[in-house]
Design a protein. Structure first.
Length: 227
């Protein structure tokens, strides 16, 4: 029975890696659509969200089978329950990448009011956080999970920079307002992706230690998924 359980747990890890790769791809599609003003890529990114939703359902079904059929011990129970929580955040990342792509699609015919420097940096930083949070889960790497939690500060600082730059452009010329608001929304979606990656990393910490620990090293309430 244990050998069967271990095989199913390995399958769960493979599916989590696959879902992680999908949401990384969604982020890549979204930022490409935005920077290159690529209408076809924006539409592709929006459609891709359905595939992410499907793999979430498949992972959820596998987790429930493991819980109901295998009667896992405490550590295994934490690993499976953490996966159930993590896929909610992962699915939300897919949603937010699609939201970014919808705005990018709207902006394809416009001239940008400023060069897009910091938003692509946010995309790269959040994608890295997503990748490393999933790696931390599969490898049960506590140090890497805590590093992801700390890296959220980088994304938050970039968001503040984007927001302040765009507010300054609005103050200089009110006609910049509509596009500036769209770009602030995109930056906010990336900031939320960083928050979801942090949630994922915090569930990794829980799966290893049984405790929820934030970036300051203190115990905290369980991370909230699906926002």
């Amino acid at each position: 029975m244990r050998n069967k359980f271990d095989r199913q747990l390995a399958n769960l890890h493979d599916m989590m890696i696959a879902m992680g790769a999908m949401i990384e791809k969604a982020i890549t599609f979204a930022i490409h659509a935005l920077v290159q003003q690529d209408e076809a890529m924006a539409k592709k990114a929006i459609a891709f969200d359905a595939e992410i939703d499907q793999i979430e359902k498949e992972i959820e079904a596998l987790c429930l089978r493991l819980l109901l059929q295998q009667q896992p011990v405490a550590k295994d129970l934490r690993v499976i329950s953490a996966a159930l929580k993590m896929i909610t955040d992962m699915e939300r990342i897919g949603d937010q990448a699609a939201d970014i792509s919808e705005i990018a699609l709207y902006l394809t015919g416009e001239t940008y009011i400023k060069k897009l420097d910091h938003i692509p940096q946010m995309a790269a930083a959040t994608s890295k956080m997503v990748t490393e949070s999933i790696e931390a889960y599969v490898r049960m790497d506590l140090k890497l999970a805590k590093q992801v939690i700390e890296d959220d500060d980088i994304v938050d600082d970039l968001f503040d920079t984007v927001k302040n730059d765009l507010i300054e452009l609005i103050q200089k010329d009110k006609s910049n307002g509509p596009q500036a608001i769209d770009l602030i929304m995109i930056a906010k979606y990336f900031e939320r992706i960083g928050d979801h990656a942090t949630n994922i990393a915090e569930w990794v910490v829980f799966s290893i230690t049984g405790k929820h620990v934030g970036a300051n090293g203190l115990l905290r309430n369980p991370p909230v998924s699906g926002q």
